[in-house]
Design a binder for this molecule. Structure first.
Ligand code: ZN
Length: 332
């Protein structure tokens, strides 16, 4: 069963998490494999999407936020987009869209950053939006500060966390066709660090002193975490991983989250959403599709569910109240 484990390093401003997505990840792969239009993901893309899905789960579990966390790669190679969405209850779904061949030994940059134009975006979409409220989105390129292409998802996200959140983060990610897994270590912001103005001079000195000590602790733990290999992460259970990496540290572990309290596959698509999408196409476009075929068919990229709309359904979409959606192409 998929599981999420949280832990703290006792007395140190460092926390960690391990996620192991098993049946939830296999569900993502199986649904894709059974889609006759696309077929299964090529292996390098499956591994990338698995790492993205594991990372998104860790990031959602790491924040207190009532809404979806969406981790996306917009690629400029054969992979156009790879996306994972995780909700606060750790329900997750993910998908990728590729056009053209992906070599069996394709690197990350071959797939999504062929011309250096690939991007990684993290979106926080609040569940209960205030009127006019936009989701928060941070975007980083897939290169390091010297412009060199990054080849690991973990490096891209570490870079992101430091750049947009000013958080020191260490990530190890791995995925195959059975499991998508990740280890996250993060340095907690020290009290007063973000706002030194409010501290008296003596206090400021103390904060800086503390800072140096805390960095040493974080750096030591980060180095240990980084020594975890892909194989170990994919094959060892969580107790063994933590014992091997941190046997000299004092860990405070929390109750693991599994089952419906843990990471689990769920798709939130529904007929109403698809209706909105068709409404967005406009009546003319919808009618032109129906002139050529019996149904408008829309498949969900995440779960594969097929939605069918015949001429009567379509007419209803465009006559029902609320058909004058903002942003709709047919608004006069
Ligand atoms: Zn769906």
């Amino acid at each position: 069963m998929s599981e999420l484990h949280k832990f703290l390093f006792e007395g140190l401003p460092v926390r960690g998490m391990i996620v192991r997505l098993t049946e939830s990840w296999q569900e993502v792969l199986a649904r894709r494999a059974s889609n006759s239009d696309t077929g299964a993901y090529p292996r390098p893309l499956a591994e990338l999407l698995g790492e993205i899905t594991a990372a998104a789960t860790l990031m959602q579990a790491n924040i207190k936020f009532n809404g979806s966390l969406i981790l996306q790669i917009f690629g400029d190679g054969p992979v156009k987009v790879a996306v994972a969405e995780v909700k606060p209850d750790l329900s997750l779904r993910s998908t990728a869209k590729a056009i053209g061949e992906i070599a069996a030994d394709a690197k990350l940059s071959d797939m999504v950053n062929a011309h250096g134009k690939g991007r990684c975006a993290i979106t926080l979409d609040p569940k209960d939006k205030l009127p006019g409220q936009q989701p928060y989105q941070g975007v980083v390129p897939l290169v390091d500060e010297n412009g060199r292409k990054l080849e690991r998802m973990s490096d891209i996200l570490q870079h992101y966390m430091l750049q947009s959140e000013q958080l020191d983060t260490t990530l190890v990610l791995a995925a195959d066709d059975k499991i998508a897994a990740g280890l996250l270590i993060q340095r907690l912001p020290v009290k007063g660090e973000a706002n030194l103005e409010g501290t008296a001079d003596g206090g400021r000195e103390q904060v800086q002193q503390d800072q140096i000590g805390h960095n040493e602790d974080y750096n030591r733990i980060s180095i240990l975490a980084s020594s975890l290999t892909r194989d170990e992460l994919l094959t060892l259970d969580v107790d063994t991983i933590l014992r091997r990496l941190f046997w000299e540290e004092k860990l405070l572990r929390f109750e693991p989250q599994t089952g419906m309290l843990g990471p689990h596959f769920a798709c939130t698509c529904g007929r109403a959403r698809v209706e909105n999408m068709i409404r967005g196409l406009g009546r003319e476009e919808a009618e032109s599709i129906l002139a050529e075929r019996e149904n408008i068919e829309v498949g969900c990229d995440f779960c594969g569910k097929q939605y069918h709309f015949d001429a009567v359904d379509a007419a209803q979409i465009f006559t029902a109240p609320g058909n004058q959606m903002p942003g709709s192409a047919v608004v006069q």
